[in-house]
Write a new protein. Structure first.
Length: 324
């Protein structure tokens, strides 16, 4: 008959201790990753940029390390490809509705957004392809691709700046208009029609126009989150069913969330105007001189600024210590 181990013996067992240690720290790592994955990714990109800059300055560092880091940074752009594609789909849908409404101002600027998003997707793939050619000792092909991409990159950059300025002015106008709305129910009904991809047969009115413009200005991520939250809370599949379930408080809460979405977008731009401006300048430099010491220096500085700002913002949140 085998002897039964006492609790004291089990707790003193090194295997038990190591398993307990790993289990405790695994849960801690999962919590940290769940709440700070954006910061972890930013630190990883900053590390790659540091190695890339060092390999440009110190020629003793093997060339393969430099090429590997550059390819890894180019590949990091592919990680966000699904978000870019979703934004492109939303902008294309906005363009379709602008064409139906014959909103010429909206058509011009939404078409510009579609062009920028499409070009950025193509350029992201082309940049990764060029870096792979360079990694496998075909620098001539890579530099020829960089030269061919330059005019398209500069066009995308310039058009992107114009659309950002337009968005900022449009958001300011919508924030002022939405404060004066008295018929919240009508605005929300038209907005939910767009959210649920339903045809809105009502005649063009100021409230319907406002709902369409607000929908157009909010990001795809915001729309998906709102659609998911409404489905979880009310379980409705159509805008009409949802409107029948909403009481005055629910309707007001939804309307306030629209105002908050526009306001937060404005506040983000105002708070990060310097960083956004520096980002566009750095993008222009990087597109003019790809895979150079100038580009490596600029991307390292921008990565440092972005990571430092993210650490500072997270440290301000009261949940920093509690979450981790």
């Amino acid at each position: 008959m085998s002897a039964i181990a006492s609790p004291v013996c089990v707790q003193s067992d090194p295997i038990f201790k190591s398993r307990s240690f790993l289990s405790k720290h695994r849960k801690w790592c999962v919590r940290v990753y769940r709440h700070h994955s954006d910061l972890i990714a930013s630190l990883g990109i900053f590390t790659l940029n540091t190695i890339l800059l060092a390999s440009k300055i110190f020629k003793e560092i093997p060339h393969l390390i430099h090429r590997g880091c550059y390819t890894a940074l180019s590949f990091s752009g592919m990680i966000w490809m699904n978000i870019q594609i979703r934004d492109l789909i939303k902008n294309s849908d906005d363009l379709y509705h602008n064409l139906k409404a014959k909103d010429w101002e909206g058509i011009i600027f939404t078409a510009a957004k579609v062009a920028v998003k499409s070009l950025n997707i193509l350029l992201t793939g082309a940049l990764l392809t060029a870096s792979i050619f360079s990694l496998f000792a075909f620098p001539e092909i890579a530099f020829a691709m960089y030269a061919a991409m330059r005019p398209f990159s500069l066009f995308s950059l310039g058009t992107g700046i114009l659309t950002e300025v337009y968005d900022y002015k449009k958001n300011s106008s919508l924030c002022a208009r939405i404060k004066k709305v008295s018929e919240k129910q009508e605005v929300m009904h038209h907005f939910l029609k767009r959210l649920y991809h339903e045809k809105d047969l009502a005649q063009e009115s100021s409230n319907k126009l406002l709902a369409r413009h607000v929908f157009k200005q909010l990001d795809h991520y915001v729309m998906e989150s709102m659609r998911k939250n409404l489905a979880n809370k009310y379980g409705c599949e159509t805008a009409d069913h949802l409107m029948n379930k909403l009481d005055e408080n629910d309707l007001n809460a939804l309307f306030q969330s629209l105002k908050r979405g526009l306001k937060q977008k404005q506040q983000y731009i105002q708070a990060n105007l310097g960083l956004i401006t520096a980002g566009y300048i750095s993008m222009g430099i990087c597109k003019m001189w790809p895979d150079s010491l100038i580009q490596s220096s600029v991307t390292w500085i921008m990565s440092l600024l972005y990571t430092s700002k993210m650490i500072w913002q997270k440290s301000l949140h009261s949940g920093w210590s509690a979450k981790t």
